[in-house]
Design a binder for this molecule. Structure first.
Ligand SMILES: [Zn+2]
Length: 410
């Protein structure tokens, strides 16, 4: 490859995420890769022949990561267009009914998914982890300008569904990414098989975890709203084994099944006690928070400060338009910051970038601005009266989708 001339993007604020904000900074890059991140005068001294592109009144940041979305549910947006006050299983019932009416795949579903993926990319999201039951995600992955991980979702709680799921799983090509839906909907042996396959292939294994409060009642005692829901759908066969000591919840359950390691991504992870957070930290397991969806469904607030205290930097996800009226990682930051004023805005921004990249196994090439990583930069307008790094972080995480970030093409 012929070496391109070195160029520098310069701005009043450079937000590397892996280190402090640099005032009057620059990002030097060549062939799409970052060469150096430093004060602009130092970069110009070191690279006197480099051309400089100035971005006044702006911050340069890494592109964002959306660690949890279901693009194939985008055509069900009417579901989350009005406030909801029912139970979690009421919402699932409504979702399934609407999907039966409108269809799970086909033109409208594909077009809505394509539109949402495009909107997310335009808002500054370069990496998407999509979970679906149709081919919509994997088809979009071929044309998405960033990186779209299309996970195929497996579920089935009854023992009678195991053989069919195992056969399907065995026929998956090695490149196919597979996820388990949730502890309340997916048989323990299927979860173990899915995780074992993902571990062998070096894939990330996402699973909805501790989302509705009723999930823990099922996990502890084998009863409650989730069990009644599964019974009503005809999938309860008494093969589910609750935790033996009656304490803890889904995290302890997944740990007992041997499913937690650095490539397991626990999505939502709201109803988690301190001991379970210690387990997650000890296993190096990843967490993805979805504050917009949790707020809409009224499922609760995740223990964000405790995660951070234990050295876990969560990722952020939007979930789908069926449980969140707006899919924007900027808005997720805004909601999280508003609900957790005790959390440093710098860490909230790190969740949307480095946290997501690490959770999805792309932290070696994205998520921060540092030499050797891809020069995938956003230019985010920052008013001139913001004069400290703390004000810049606060602006980034509290202004939400109105920030109008632009991706810098190299
Ligand atoms: Zn989800």
């Amino acid at each position: 490859m012929t070496a391109e001339p070195l160029r520098i993007h310069a701005a009043p604020w450079v937000v590397p995420v892996c280190g402090p904000i640099i005032a009057n900074g620059g990002v030097a890059f060549r062939n799409g890769m970052i060469v150096a991140v430093d004060l602009l005068p130092r970069l110009q001294q070191r690279y006197p022949l480099a051309s400089v592109v100035n971005h006044p009144a702006a911050a340069l940041t890494p592109a964002l990561v959306n660690s949890h979305v279901h693009l194939e549910l985008s055509h069900l947006a009417i579901l989350a267009a009005t406030p909801f006050a029912g139970s979690f299983t009421d919402w699932i019932t409504r979702l399934l009914q609407l999907r039966d009416t409108l269809g799970a795949a086909g033109g409208p579903a594909e077009q809505a998914a394509l539109r949402v993926a495009g909107q997310l990319y335009a808002s500054g999201v370069s990496v998407l982890a999509d979970i679906g039951n149709t081919l919509i995600g994997s088809n979009l992955a071929d044309t998405f300008p960033g990186t779209l991980f299309p996970f195929k979702e497996y579920l089935g709680l009854a023992e009678r569904t195991l053989a069919k799921n195992f056969t399907r799983l065995q026929s998956e090509p090695d490149h196919a990414l597979c996820s388990g839906h949730a502890p309340y909907s997916t048989h323990a042996r299927l979860l173990q098989q899915l995780k074992s396959r993902a571990a062998t292939l070096g894939h990330v294994f996402p699973i909805h975890t501790a989302e509705p409060v009723a999930e823990n009642e099922m996990i502890r005692h084998g009863r409650g709203e989730m069990v009644e829901f599964v019974k009503a759908r005809g999938f309860w066969d008494d093969s589910f084994q609750p935790l033996t000591n009656g304490s803890g919840g889904s995290i302890r359950y997944l740990h007992q099944l041997g499913l937690l390691d650095a490539r397991t991504l626990c999505i939502h992870a709201i109803h988690v006690d301190r001991e379970e957070i210690r387990i997650l930290a000890g296993q190096g397991a990843k967490v993805c928070l979805c504050p917009g969806s949790n707020q809409y469904l009224g499922t609760g607030k995740a223990p964000v400060a405790q995660y951070l205290e234990h050295g876990i930097l969560p990722a952020l996800g939007t979930d789908s338009l069926a449980s969140n009226p707006e899919l924007s990682i900027w808005r997720e930051m805004q909601l999280l910051a508003a609900a957790h004023i005790e959390v440093d805005p710098a860490l909230v921004f790190a969740m949307a970038t480095r946290g997501g990249a690490e959770a999805l196994g792309v932290g070696d090439r994205l998520g921060t601005l540092e030499p050797g990583k891809e020069a995938d930069l956003l230019r985010v307008p920052v008013p001139m009266h913001k004069t400290t790094p703390a004000q810049v972080y606060n602006h980034l995480v509290t202004t939400g989708s109105a920030l109008a970030a632009q991706r810098l093409q190299d």
